[in-house]
Ligand binder design. Structure first.
Ligand SMILES: NC(=O)c1ccc[n+]([C@@H]2O[C@H](COP(=O)([O-])OP(=O)(O)OC[C@H]3O[C@@H](n4cnc5c(N)ncnc54)[C@H](OP(=O)(O)O)[C@@H]3O)[C@@H](O)[C@H]2O)c1
Length: 327
């Protein structure tokens, strides 16, 4: 496992880290025992950074992480999020009272007295014109409730505004073989500002593992079933907003680029960490085998220039028109 400095913080985090949404909810049935085994495997593979949120399974994901940490001596940085408990996303909802209450809830779930990294959870674009919200986060840091803070964003425009706030340490954004616009319009700026980048949905919700087919089915409570067209939340969070069948065709073209002995997931993750502005990819994993497979991406040799160009060509030909102007 390789480690990278997280923005201007004093933390060095694993370039392949762990995304803990699927072990909370909205991804079909997952047992807590298996989730804990997946988390433990991640730590054994060298992962020292976990991304979660208060709303993943209504605190279930945070509580599992607390359970992990109870029996774990190695240092693990935990990033959680706040804001999605609002019934409707409004800037006014990000009030001092609400933020304080959400942080207190996360502290309880995580069984800790200070959140390592608190991220605003895809707030409305207008929030970036309200510096007082960031002032509240500064106050929570001064009070010792959070160590650092950052944001999770949907759009590049939000990411570019976020890095202008002096104490924003991280931006979490969808960046993968199917979502390449950050490489053109955001990574360089983040690097200049020394802001950490957490690349989320790195496997396009599993599409980029290469395991799905036209007739693959998903449980009724799996967002890959119920949110394909944004019925419940931003459709960009499901298969990166790419039409499922088009995604399958693009993955089929990518297969020829994957070197022998390397899995498609590893190839897709290695693609992300080819960009040195990225701090880490945060793949979700429900089972220890998945996690171990993904972590091996960190130690792969760099992808060839030909492979990088070919991935770009596939994106330009098949995917770009579906996503580039939206996010
Ligand atoms: N708004 C936000 O801030 C936001 C939104 C989305 C995600 N996130 C964060 O980003 C993290 C990652 O994104 P994500 O979980 O949505 O998507 P992802 O990492 O692209 O896909 C994860 C899913 O792919 C499958 N998978 C993973 N590794 C595999 C392997 N080696 N072989 C086969 N299947 C594998 C698993 O599901 P199956 O086994 O069921 O196929 C897993 O749950 C989340 O966990 C969360 O922490 C944040």
């Amino acid at each position: 496992m390789h480690y990278r400095q997280l923005g201007r913080t004093d933390w060095k985090v694993s370039d392949i880290s762990f995304g803990a949404w699927a072990i909370g909810g909205a991804w079909g049935n997952v047992s807590d025992d298996e989730s804990l085994a997946a988390l433990r495997k991640a730590i054994d593979c060298g992962v020292n950074f976990i991304d979660t949120a208060d709303v993943y399974g209504d605190g279930r994901s945070e509580r599992l992480i607390a359970q992990l940490k109870k029996s774990e001596k190695r240092e693990v940085v935990v990033a959680t999020k706040a804001g999605r408990r609002l019934p409707r996303q409004t800037v006014e909802g990000y009030s001092r009272q609400n933020l304080t209450m959400w942080v207190e809830d996360s502290l309880r779930n995580l069984a800790t007295d200070r959140v390592d990294l608190l991220q605003l959870h895809c707030p409305p674009t207008a929030l970036y014109d309200r510096p007082e919200v960031f002032g509240i986060l500064d106050d929570l840091a001064a009070a010792g409730k959070i160590h650092y803070y950052g944001v999770s964003v949907e759009k590049i425009e939000e990411a570019l505004k976020a890095v202008e706030f002096p104490n924003v340490q991280t931006v979490q954004i969808i960046f993968n073989c199917f979502r390449q616009r950050p490489a053109d319009e955001f990574l360089a700026r983040a690097k200049e500002k020394r802001v950490g980048i957490l690349a989320r949905v790195p496997l396009a919700s599993g599409l980029l593992t290469g395991k799905f087919h036209r007739d693959s089915s998903f449980a009724a409570d799996d967002h890959r079933n119920f949110n394909r067209h944004g019925e419940a939340f931003d459709m960009g969070e499901t298969f990166s907003g790419v039409d499922y069948n088009v995604g399958l065709e693009a993955v089929d073209e990518m297969r020829a680029l994957v070197p022998a002995g390397v899995s498609m997931s590893q190839f897709a993750l290695r693609w992300i960490v080819m960009f040195d502005a990225v701090t880490c990819a945060i793949p979700g994993g429900k089972r220890p085998e998945q996690v171990a497979n993904n972590c091996r991406a960190s130690d792969l040799p760099p992808l060839t220039a030909e492979a990088m160009t070919a991935v770009r060509r596939i994106y330009d030909k098949k995917i770009r028109s579906l996503v580039q102007d939206r996010w």
